[in-house]
Design a binder for this molecule. Structure first.
Ligand code: CP3
Length: 360
């Protein structure tokens, strides 16, 4: 472990993730460092997207932008990077123009031979570890730093589709036509994700989130058969390798709302992120009392005016059982997916202020 980090001043999210009662609900926002911030767009005028990811100084600068702007209103930072740095480390080319694009996606299992036999994670992704260490110092203990990775199924889908896709026809056809090769590749990706996340913890990450953004595109049956084993491999190996140094593990299986009971019972994560297509009450009934939930306001509400924001924060706080004399157990506030570029940062500030007001 890297020692000598500044002492932590706000540990709300760590306590909430451990299931402890907190005086208010901790809040952070997926993609909180991004294009809705004018100061981020300024950096992007001068630097390419992956150039920012690969420079520890630039990644640190951009990670801190929302923390500085919304000082006292955000309870965690998330390292600026992208889930697609893992396919890059495996030997695939990825460009951002403006969405992700793979010039040579995997077309058939024969193409797996184009991937590196052995990925030297420290060499290929050491820049992320450096960015985490730099940022952990620069945060001066204001809030904890979250590290992250894409989940194997979501990365697999990008590597085969060659970019974002509405139907995931190509990646699903792999699952159905080549189930054994698909499972093998999913576990191979999981092996790299484990090493990558261990490296992030050693570099200073205080929580880890696994983004399975494409989880909801699988039927519950296919989720259990293809995505779940790789998610279990990640959580179980992290817990055995890191032992008492293992930080809270967050899984965001976006849209997999019909698989939530399975996720809670089997996947092995402390916190499960939910999107806005399920109510907190139903989610809680599916995951039971031990799992911490994270989410889940519709990101589009941030372009829906302040009246709608306030109304929905109130409703969300009451459904998650936050505020008043009850104190708050079992919830980390967030949106149900990443913030979009169209949002006015002052409307995000209003959301964060409402969260503090109604969850206290
Ligand atoms: C699927 C996925 C990706 N990347 C990510 C996911 C999982 C979460 C999700 O589902 O949103 C994860 C991600 N991407 C980014 C972060 C940074 C940390 C944060 O603030 O949350 C994180 C955690 C920065 C980013 N990643 C990207 C941007 C915008 C690109 C730019 O600056 O030009 C940012 C700030 C690009 C990106 N990267 C990806 C897509 C589909 C896109 C284009 C999206 C769009 O056009 O809005 C892949």
């Amino acid at each position: 472990m890297v020692a000598n980090f500044p002492p932590l001043k706000n540990d709300l999210i760590l306590r909430a993730a451990r299931g402890e009662k907190t005086e208010r609900v901790p809040v952070w926002v997926m993609r909180q460092a991004g294009r809705y911030l004018p100061e981020f767009r300024e950096e992007r005028k001068i630097h390419q997207f992956f150039e920012i990811c690969r420079s520890p100084e630039l990644a640190c600068k951009v990670t801190l932008q929302p923390i500085t702007r919304f000082s006292g209103l955000l309870d965690a930072s998330i390292i600026f990077s992208d889930i697609l740095v893992v396919p890059q480390a495996m030997g695939m080319e990825v460009i951002m123009n403006p969405g992700p694009h793979f010039p040579a996606p995997l077309e058939t299992p024969d193409d797996i031979s184009r991937l590196k036999d052995h990925v030297d994670v420290d060499k290929e992704l050491g820049y992320v570890f450096d960015a985490i260490t730099t940022t952990r110092h620069a945060l001066k203990g204001e809030v904890p730093l979250i590290g992250f990775s894409g989940a194997p199924w979501t990365l697999f889908a990008y590597m085969i589709e060659g970019g974002s896709s509405k139907t995931l026809q190509k990646s699903k056809s792999w699952l159905f036509k080549y189930p054994e090769e698909s499972k093998k590749l999913l576990l191979r990706i999981a092996d790299i994700v484990v090493e990558y996340l261990v490296g992030q913890v050693k570099a200073g990450a205080q929580l880890l989130q696994v983004f399975d953004s494409n989880a909801g595109d699988l039927s519950p049956h296919d989720f259990a058969e293809f995505a779940l084993p790789s998610l279990i491999q990640i959580s179980s190996r992290l817990r055995s390798i890191l032992a008492s140094d293992c930080p809270p593990l967050i899984l965001f299986p976006k849209g997999a709302n019909t698989s939530l009971a399975t996720v809670a019972e089997k996947a092995g994560y402390d916190v499960v992120g939910i999107d806005w297509c399920i109510t907190p009450t139903v989610a809680r009934s599916l995951v039971g009392s031990k799992i911490i939930l994270q989410g889940n306001m519709d990101p589009s509400l941030l372009v829906g005016g302040r009246e709608a924001i306030e109304k929905n924060v109130k409703r969300m706080c009451s459904e998650f059982g936050a505020g008043g004399s009850k104190g708050t157990v079992g919830w980390i506030g967030n949106l149900g997916h990443g913030i979009t570029p169209q949002v006015d940062p002052e409307d995000l500030r209003f959301f964060l202020e409402c969260m503090q007001k109604y969850s206290t």
